[in-house]
Design a protein around this ligand. Structure first.
Ligand SMILES: Nc1ncnc2c1ncn2[C@@H]1O[C@H](COP(=O)(O)OP(=O)(O)OP(=O)(O)O)[C@@H](O)[C@H]1O
Length: 346
């Protein structure tokens, strides 16, 4: 994977080792103008404290920082899209996956001139955690300053019908119902547990139906209640990976079809996922596509995109390999998925 240099070279201070990918100033800054896109209502973070943390650290490094608070949908995308034009050399999100994906969309639409850094301040913050960014905000912030870091390219998915991008998962069925039923109030009160509680309740409402998958033009009919198109398959807060071989740097979309009904089947499925036993169940099937996926269901299923309700099936997705540039810890290796790959799929 190519590493992309990220900031203009500064004159090196004597006796300071400057990593090739990140020229720095003496104050430890790798970037000089940081645009912070903060969602003040995401997760359980305190926006005033997060702002103080960022501004204090930036002042110490002599770096210009502008913190903007979103007021609703669209702000993060618009600000990220205009950030390079406005002279910023990095966008830092302080929010959850919804905020990150909006910023990713804005950066892609601006031609990816600058990278994205993240402070995981959302309920799940799966994108940041999958890139091994620390959940401790001060540690995550240091990637812009003293901590060893680099920029890598992350695959994303694109939904042409909706003209929207995603980084984690877009899906139809169970995941969409959980998102629909997890209001902001519940997430603020219980954090990630909100999704778990709603998930357990929704498990019992699931009914199998006929699902049609079109994978790079080939049609498959399956029975299930959920079909997910996955880019990032790790749910760090639940310590599970929802499938084998799912890797957000491989240019491949992974499709998972779930069909377990009732307590017994669902417990058996959860146990499998926890033990990473992905093969051999008719209620858990995996497929892959390199270009395009289309999902239809009879009767239709509700859909979601990276944690936002979307509408109903059909769901159509294209992959955008290496779609966006993101800041990660230096030790992060985009060429090696964290688990040994399991090749034989259902
Ligand atoms: N000031 C605001 N008031 C209410 N909603 C907001 C505000 N700013 C942004 N939003 C909405 O917040 C949603 C994104 O939330 P985000 O994903 O950042 O946090 P989260 O849901 O707590 O975390 P995660 O997605 O990681 O579980 C978007 O739907 C966006 O429109």
């Amino acid at each position: 994977m190519t590493q992309i240099p990220t900031a203009e070279a500064e004159p090196a201070a004597q006796n300071v080792t400057i990593p090739e990918s990140h020229p720095r100033t003496e104050g430890g800054a790798k970037y000089h103008r940081i645009l912070v896109i903060m969602n003040p209502v995401s997760g359980q973070h305190n926006p005033d404290e997060t702002t103080r943390l960022i501004e204090t650290r930036a002042a110490r490094a002599g770096v210009t920082v502008e913190v903007r608070r979103t007021e609703g949908e669209g702000d993060a995308e618009r600000w990220a899209r205009g950030a390079a034009e406005e002279g910023f050399d990095v966008v830092l999100t302080a929010g959850g996956d919804g905020t990150v994906v909006e910023a990713i969309t804005g950066l892609i639409r601006s031609g990816n001139k600058i990278p994205l850094a993240q402070l995981p301040s959302g309920t799940a913050s799966q994108i940041a955690l999958a890139l091994t960014i620390s959940p401790q905000l001060d540690e995550a912030l240091e990637l812009l300053f003293e901590a060893p870091s680099k920029v890598v390219e992350l695959d994303v998915g694109y939904l042409p019908q909706h003209d929207r991008y995603f980084a984690l998962i877009t899906g139809a069925g169970f995941d969409a119902r959980v998102i629909e039923e997890s209001p902001r109030e519940l997430k603020r009160r219980f954090g990630f547990m909100a999704y778990v509680m709603v998930g357990v309740k929704e498990l019992f409402r699931l009914k199998r139906r006929s699902i049609t998958l079109e994978l790079d033009g080939k049609t498959k009919r399956v029975r299930g209640h959920t079909a997910m198109i996955v880019n990032i398959g790790r749910i760090d807060k639940a310590n599970i990976s929802i499938g084998p071989d799912i890797w957000h740097h491989d240019g491949v979309l992974d499709i998972i079809v779930l069909g377990a009904e009732g307590l017994r089947e669902n417990l058996a499925l959860a146990w499998r996922l926890l033990r990473r036993e992905y093969r051999g169940s008719r209620h858990l099937r995996y497929y892959q596509a390199r270009q395009r996926v289309r999902i239809t269901a009879r009767p239709p299923l509700p859909t979601q995109i990276d944690g936002d309700p979307l509408g109903e099936t059909p769901l159509e997705v294209e992959i955008v390999p290496k779609g966006v540039r993101v800041l990660v810890p230096e030790a992060y290796d985009p060429t090696t998925p964290p688990e040994a790959p399991i090749k034989a799929l259902a």
